[in-house]
Design a protein around this ligand. Sequence first.
Ligand code: CMC
Length: 428
Amino acid sequence: MTNKSATLNTGNGTIDLPILSGTVGPDVIDVRKLYGGTGMFTYDPGFTSTASCESKITYIDGDKGILLHRGYPIEQLAEKSNFMEVAYLLLHGELPTKEQYEQFRYTITRHTMVHEQLANFYRGFRRDAHPMAIMCGVVGALSAFYHDSTDINDPEQRKIASHRMIAKIPTIAAMAYKYSVGQPFQYPDNSLSYTGNFLKMTFAVPAEPYEVDPVVERALDRIFILHADHEQNASTSTVRLAGSSGANPFACIAAGIACLWGPAHGGANEAALNMLREIGTPSRIKEYIARAKDKNDPFRLMGFGHRVYKNYDPRAKVMQQTAKEVLERLNVKDPIFDVARELEHIALNDDYFIEKKLYPNVDFYSGIILNAIGFPTTMFTVLFALARTVGWVAQWNEMIEDPSQKIGRPRQLYVGATQRDYVDINQR
Ligand code: CMC
């Protein structure tokens, strides 16, 4: 905190607004007293200039392409850590000791099963339902199952709800996949890692043994790390907003899943692979670049551009490298990878993309890896949701513990009709 302030002249007088400083990153103008002092609101659709909360979890410098979780660079976490450890870090603020890590892993592992009745929910969906639609419904339904962990003001109950959410989401996601392909649900195997267990629940069938491939396990674990949290993005803000009313934690995560599904957010990984497939061959790239630049064409290069990154998304760099490694190790020759690399090269040398600072984002290469592993495109955003659940849970906890937390309640610039009298239907 500093004693700096900004003076705002509204035309009807001036007001001094405090300027607050974080540990790193832009200062913020504290406008909480603005309405009381001037009768005016701020106007910022899409929150492009608004800090909605104070947070210690994730820091992004979009101009430099830096992403830190609790201070640790994403590149180091992706290379040296694993998803369970990153989950602990996001939730607790520090890397765990060996004992803390083992205890956390044990606790999460013991919560992986879901109530048997939850399986009934799946059967209510059409078999061709999009797995994200199933996720919204089934995760929301968890709120009807765990009544003993829903007093959000009790830290112990919050902890149990958080562990349940992180532990059960892979089971729920794998069940969504199994339902869509008509195979029997697989129970969790607690002898495996978090990611290994998810792979087994997704791809194993009762008819034959299943071995987790360590290359695939490591690659998927890395993808989970890269998606674990990303500051106050749309779905995280949705979770915080839903949670600000004191809503049930499982319902809040379901709200986050609903928001993530959109193609401008988590749905972009599915859209990016579909786009690369549609392009199909490097010779057609120019045509698609031209479409992306055409103001009269709604087409956008999926997996390109970001609200915050005006530089290469650091997650995309790791993702590109991982895609290369996975394809090599699995001996998959995917022509789409060549299309992606060529598209990236052409776009990064094109004036339109240079001027607008549009770079590949996390979703540009992830689909290629997931496709090589064997996931259908409809599962891509589900995997994003699975990983992001950790971030949502950490951010939700931070919000509830924040003494300045209030119900989220934005105001508006009203541009509708002014007061008028009701007209009887026969006189209209
Ligand atoms: N292809 C072509 N032009 C683009 C693209 C793109 N992918 N992204 C932005 N632009 C242009 C856009 O037309 C606009 O041009 P102008 O200023 O002339 O009107 C300018 O760049 C700024 O775009 P914007 O839509 O105002 O920027 P935003 O910050 O509101 O949107 C975005 C960010 C990620 C929604 C957008 O870049 C986009 O739609 N990208 C494609 C979808 C995508 O890959 N989303 C995943 C984001 S990363 C993972 C996640 O957060 O879930």
